[in-house]
Design a binder for this molecule. Structure first.
Ligand code: FAD
Ligand code: MLT
Ligand code: ZN
Length: 485
């Protein structure tokens, strides 16, 4: 989107414009090399992953210690300089990039593992550690990070906590609200709040860390994370299945829960449109010979190979016999396991193949979940916005996601971002979700994209509380302004 197609927002003139004195102060706090002001160096930090939102920041700060973060924020708060905390910049709601000239505070240089207790599984690390690196470290100790997602190679654990990412294994390990045991956070005025606990249970009053989980950089900057990690399952199986209807997907889920029980670790679904784009992007032979309206990826993780294999086999036999599943394949080795996962994880990137994508990450009660994809497709067709040639802005409407968590990803893959498409989809999509008792954000957050739509899910009094908390923690509003608060 260019500034013209952004929702109307004006720069808040209460925020100071950055001066050369400010840059000088930043260089005193950090070393020169960690204060970026060169236009080419700034490009990555100003543009989001979807190439949809672009800011105009003139300065990126890369602190290496919590003390430095504290000094920067204290200075910015006093001078009323707006700040955008940024992790790996893989967020999908335009929350991680500036809207105007806010300073970007990148956590990329805060990337140390602090400690790991291999009896309790409690892991403490800097916020800027890349998720995949954290998980590789744990793998060597026989443990696993309780979160996994397609952006693992670039996103930070601090960024994951800041947006309360859900991902591919929430079904098994639950939300970060449960697994995060403590945080180290720097408030807008520079105060360091250290709650890096190693305790599974702690009932001493308000659980203040919970406020920062999912706060998307609006309440404080997360600098450290303490998280409970489970033992790494020793055996994993993947089945990739073809199904004839969304009805069958739901039956398959019930049956998977019943028959695979405690070893079920992921239940993901994809429609044919999403796999068709994935075929164009991945350019390899699809795991299934025939095409199906729906596909399901099931992962099992357990500790006894024979036991796990037998359970999966029985599940597959029964679901084929009773007609729920029409076709399927099971990974035979580690390489096939990764390949099958890629046909699901790769859909995110495949969705951008035409040039852009409108992403709607939503929760809807399971029975109605796919109805939103059908409704959006129909609406775009009626408006004559979707077609096979360049005359049409919309290339494809896809539905996929973490169906086991009631989480749909409706993606509208486009050749260009246009106001016409946006107007056709918004607020229609949000109204549809509200009418079907869903949430306008399941796991990506609200960021800039959904700033005007929070009322479709939260009540007036909830929004009032959010604003009161924001005023309490960040009275000058310097942290991630123009976003959802
Ligand atoms: P950023 O994008 O840099 O920031 C995200 C938000 O958090 C911003 O508002 C930012 O201001 C704030 N923030 C970042 N770091 C901090 C910090 N240290 N302190 C305070 N605030 C901070 N999400 C899911 O939930 N599930 C998925 O399955 C999933 N799959 C994805 C697949 C792909 C290919 C991509 C590109 C994204 C996916 N996402 C998914 C989106 C997801 O939100 C991010 O990948 C990830 O959680 C964001 O981490 P990040 O470090 O990149 O944060
Ligand atoms: C995923 O689950 O793949 C991401 O959260 C979805 C996305 O890219 O929209
Ligand atoms: Zn997702």
């Amino acid at each position: 989107l260019t500034k013209e197609t952004y929702p109307s927002t004006a720069r808040n003139q209460a925020f100071a414009r950055l001066s050369s004195d400010d840059i000088g102060e930043f260089k005193k706090i950090l070393s020169d090399k960690n204060v970026l002001t060169d236009a080419t160096d700034l490009e990555f930090f100003n543009e989001d992953w979807m190439r949809k939102y672009r800011g105009e920041s003139k300065c990126v700060l890369k602190p290496q210690t919590t003390q430095q973060v504290s000094q920067i924020l204290k200075y910015c708060n006093e001078k009323k300089i707006a700040v955008v905390p940024q992790g790996g910049n893989t967020g999908l709601v335009g929350g991680s990039v500036p809207v105007f000239d806010e300073v970007v505070l990148s956590l990329a240089n805060m990337n140390k593992i602090r400690s790991f207790d291999n009896v309790s599984g409690i892991f403490k690390l800097d916020a800027g550690v890349i998720l995949e690196i954290a998980d590789q470290y744990l793998a060597e100790q026989g443990y696993i990070f309780p979160l996994d997602l397609g952006a693992k190679g670039s996103c930070h654990v601090g960024g994951n906590v800041a947006c309360n990412a859900g991902g591919l294994r929430l079904l098994r390990y639950g939300s970060l609200h449960g697994s995060v045991l403590g945080l180290e956070v720097v408030l807008a005025d520079g105060t360091i709040v250290d709650s890096m606990h190693s305790l599974r249970k702690d009932n001493t009053g308000y659980d203040t860390k919970q406020l920062f989980i999912g706060s998307e950089g609006t309440l404080g900057v997360i600098t450290g994370v303490s998280i409970l990690c489970p033992a790494r399952p020793r055996f994993t199986n993947i089945a990739f299945l073809g199904l004839e209807s969304y009805e069958a997907v739901q039956h398959c889920f019930t049956q998977a829960k019943n028959e695979l029980g405690e070893i079920l670790s992921a239940f993901e679904f994809m429609d044919e449109d999403s796999q068709d784009l994935a075929r164009k992007f991945i350019k390899q032979t699809h795991p299934l010979e025939e095409t199906y309206p729906f596909y399901v990826l099931i992962e099992t993780s357990g500790s006894n190979k024979e036991h796990d294999d037998a359970k999966l086999e029985t599940f597959l036999e029964t679901s084929m016999e009773n007609g729920i599943v029409s076709d399927g394949t099971v990974a035979q080795d580690e390489a096939q396991l990764k390949t099958l996962w890629y046909w699901r994880e790769g859909v995110s990137e495949a969705s951008t193949i035409g040039g852009g994508v409108y992403k709607y990450d939503v929760s809807i009660p399971l029975k109605d979940l796919y109805g939103l994809v059908e409704a959006a497709r129909e609406r775009l067709e009626e408006a004559n916005l979707i077609g096979e040639t360049d005359d049409f802005p919309v290339l494809r409407v896809l539905g996929y996601g973490h169906v086991g968590d009631g989480n749909l990803h409706l993606n509208v893959a486009v050749r260009r971002y246009t106001k016409e498409v946006e107007k056709c989809l918004e607020p229609f999509v949000y109204e549809w979700i509200s009418e079907h008792h869903g949430s306008i954000s399941a796991e990506h957050g609200l960021g800039f994209q959904k700033k005007n739509y929070i009322g479709y899910t939260k009540t007036e009094n909830e929004i009032k509380l959010i604003k009161q908390l924001k005023n309490l923690y960040d009275p000058n509003g310097i942290l991630n302004p123009y976003k959802y608060v």
